[in-house]
Design a protein around this ligand. Structure first.
Ligand SMILES: Nc1ncnc2c1ncn2[C@@H]1O[C@H](COP(=O)(O)OP(=O)(O)OP(=O)(O)O)[C@@H](O)[C@H]1O
Ligand SMILES: Nc1nc2c(ncn2[C@@H]2O[C@H](CO)[C@@H](O)[C@H]2O)c(=O)[nH]1
Length: 434
């Protein structure tokens, strides 16, 4: 496990290279491994720049992710190919992206549940999916299926907005018996997307997701949900509120999804409202940057040294140096908020923002898993006197998530091909302290 950032403190990282003098006195056991698991619809993104009229002709609401039938998918693909519009084809899926990016950042294992074509030809979409996924993502639990994986036409408008058309193939054929209970219960977090709940009757994906949630809850593994698209949430916000209340520890959303879920267009107010149903929220807001919100123990709150920020909740970032905790682990829970503007104002050129939110979430998951790793391997550390959910403070998580989102934008792909620059490994000494 590579840690999110080195810090000058009494904790030594990695834990197997402790103080060299003490090390002579104590036999070091092998550190216990930490991983996260996720479930996704196995999808390849087919990215193309398109004019507005194409979206209208194929009845694709801008910004949405719409399921299309085989005939429509065939016509769309032929048109994109004929007009030479396809710019890239790479592995996608919101959770596939998130666990891949987690593995790149943490340089460590993650497990992906989903489907994979039983027979794979060189050059096929299934082949490309496998080639474009980090070797640290454990794909041994994928369910073999007859037929192709899904295709996600990622249609980029002139304004940079992305509209998805999903040709589902066999992506929803995952069945609950392929969810390995021990794997889920041994993970630092289980990460899911709202898209999993829209599988058609007869397809096993939604049931598989519910089974994994059941296993995770039984073992107290945090369940992390990312909302996907506002169109899905606005169909029935109350249902989603109940789903989050019953199942979710950490919620990730953008401001549109936040509004669909809570009725608040203001990302800060949407985050506050969502805290009624879960323990922590990551709300991304495009060029406005991102927010984290959650709970901490009143007696452990830490005041920021940054400027206090105005907003719908005045001076909302006052305690942003506190570490997130689950509400139920606090004797006297208080709500904490943090915000950060885009790193360096965003990259010079943004072709589209596809996957930037997934990138931010993978950074948060890395921080959470690092906490888990440290707790398992250094259980006596004062850091774990209180049951913290993450390793770092709200403020630090904002910085890290923001930095990773920037990298996704700068690399023009929802999947990182490389981790953050090494010289930033000591985060305190570079950007973070500016
Ligand atoms: N135009 C922009 N300029 C600068 N930074 C941006 C811009 N758009 C996005 N970002 C960065 O990326 C982060 C995530 O962006 P955004 O809110 O668009 O995610 P999203 O809508 O969830 O994306 P996706 O669903 O495609 O993953 C933002 O919090 C910000 O740090
Ligand atoms: N799992 C899943 N991912 C999707 C869906 N629609 C779009 N995406 C992914 O969302 C990612 C960006 O967040 C893209 O890489 C798409 O592959 C969907 O219906 N299901």
């Amino acid at each position: 496990m590579k840690f999110p950032g080195q810090r000058k403190s009494k904790h030594y990282f990695p834990v197997n290279t402790r103080d060299p003098l003490l090390e002579q006195l104590t036999q070091q056991p092998q550190p216990k491994q930490t991983y996260i698991s996720g479930i996704d619809q196995t999808l390849v993104d087919i990215e193309a720049k398109v004019a507005e009229d194409l979206l209208v002709r194929y009845q694709l609401p801008k910004g949405n992710s719409t399921l299309i039938d085989d005939a429509t998918a065939h016509a769309l693909y032929e048109e994109l190919k004929r007009d030479n519009l396809i710019s890239d084809e790479f592995a996608g899926g919101t959770i596939g992206n998130t666990v891949h990016n987690y593995s790149i950042l943490a340089d460590d294992r993650s497990v992906l549940f989903g489907v994979m074509s039983k027979s794979i030809e060189v050059g096929s979409y299934a082949y490309r999916y496998l080639c474009h996924t980090s070797s640290k993502v454990d794909l041994n639990h994928l369910q073999p299926v007859d037929g192709p994986i899904g295709r996600c036409f990622t249609l980029i408008s002139d304004c940079g907005e992305r509209t998805f058309a999903i040709s589902k193939g066999a992506m929803d054929k995952l069945t609950p018996d392929f969810i390995d209970k021990d794997v889920v219960q041994g993970s630092a977090a289980l990460v899911l997307t709202a898209y999993l709940m829209r599988a058609a009757e007869g397809d096993g994906m939604s049931q598989a997701a519910l089974k994994a949630i059941e296993y995770a809850k039984a073992a107290d593994v945090p369940v992390v949900l990312t909302l996907g698209t506002r169109f899905l949430i606005q169909e029935d916000p109350e249902w989603w509120q109940g789903f989050i209340r019953d199942n979710v520890t950490i919620l990730a959303m953008n401001e549109d999804e936040g509004e669909a879920l809570t009725g608040f267009a203001d990302p800060l107010l949407a985050s506050e409202a969502a805290l009624e149903w879960c323990d922590m929220v990551l709300t991304t807001a495009g060029p406005i940057g991102l927010y984290t919100a959650g709970y901490t123990e009143d007696s452990d709150k830490r005041e920021t040294s940054h400027t206090l920020l105005p907003g719908a909740i005045p001076e909302f970032n006052r305690f942003e140096f506190s570490r997130p905790m689950r509400k139920r682990d606090c004797r006297e829970p208080i709500k904490v908020y943090a915000h950060i503007s885009p790193y360096m104002g965003g990259p010079e050129q943004i072709r589209n923002t596809n996957g930037a939110g997934d990138g931010a979430l993978s950074a948060l998951l890395h921080d959470l898993a690092a906490n888990n790793f440290h707790k398992v391997n250094v259980p006596g550390s004062s850091k774990h006197r209180n049951e913290g959910l993450c390793y770092s403070s709200f403020s630090q998580i904002c910085k890290y998530a923001n930095r990773v989102a920037y990298e996704v934008l700068a690399q023009h792909s929802p999947r990182l091909s490389r981790a953050l620059p090494e010289r930033e490994d000591s985060l305190e000494e570079s950007y973070w302290e500016r």
